[in-house]
Design a protein around this ligand. Structure first.
Ligand code: 3PG
Length: 208
């Protein structure tokens, strides 16, 4: 990614957060998201095939920006880079995880859920972060409340957001995009219903 492309918050209104159980789902789901107008995918490192899914998408769907989500350790950050990930997302952040993700050279969104965590991330020089778990941690009222006291921080809220609630997050001045798994329901992936994923992606893309 060139420096001007390093912001992860301004590419798409909704970052699809995807849990792939079967490697065969990876490339078709990425193609369906692109067809729906969302050329970004966050593959969560929650299943045994996740790294191979990142590798397959990086190889076969060059038009999508593929990243790794649920990065919990510096070792996982390194594994994700080796698999071809182009960005990283973590649900929370410790000093060693922040350093490990920074060491990869990739753009990344560390997870935050409190004002002190937001300030700790800002201290490292980063201004973009994930807000997770968004709904459980205060949702729109939380983000709206910190926009004025902590204006430097910009967020991708994720966790519990739906097609119905996404727009209220996107209307906030400190939100660039939201993340969510509602575009790629487990049953649609299992059934190979790529048309449904494409439709859900197109509806999400229209929120931009
Ligand atoms: C994440 O990893 O960001 C979340 O699991 C996505 O949250 P959701 O499944 O509630 O959309």
């Amino acid at each position: 990614l060139s420096p001007s492309e390093r912001s992860l918050l301004d590419r798409v209104p909704v970052v699809p957060v995807v849990v792939v159980d079967d490697l065969a789902q990876a490339v078709p789901v990425a193609r369906a998201l692109v067809a729906g107008g969302l050329p970004v995918i966050e593959l969560t490192l929650r299943t045994s095939v996740a790294l191979d899914a990142i590798r397959a998408i990086a190889d076969e769907v060059p038009e999508i920006l593929v990243g790794a989500g649920t990065v919990l350790t510096p070792g996982q950050a390194k594994e994700a880079v080796d698999a071809g990930a182009q960005f990283l997302v973590s649900p929370g952040a410790t000093p060693s995880l922040l350093a490990g993700m920074a060491d990869t050279g990739l753009p990344f969104l560390p997870g935050t859920a409190t004002v002190s965590e937001v300030l700790a991330v800002l201290e490292t020089g980063l201004t973009e972060m994930k807000f997770f778990p968004a709904e459980a941690s205060g949702g729109v009222p939380f983000l709206s409340s910190i926009a004025s006291p902590v204006p430097a921080a910009r967020f991708c809220p994720t966790g519990g957001i739906t097609a119905a609630s996404a727009a209220s997050y996107l209307a906030l001045p400190n939100v660039g995009c939201v993340g969510g798994s509602w575009l790629t329901p487990k049953d649609a992936l299992a059934a190979g219903d790529w048309a449904r994923v494409e439709r859900l992606a197109a509806q999400a893309a229209a929120l931009g």
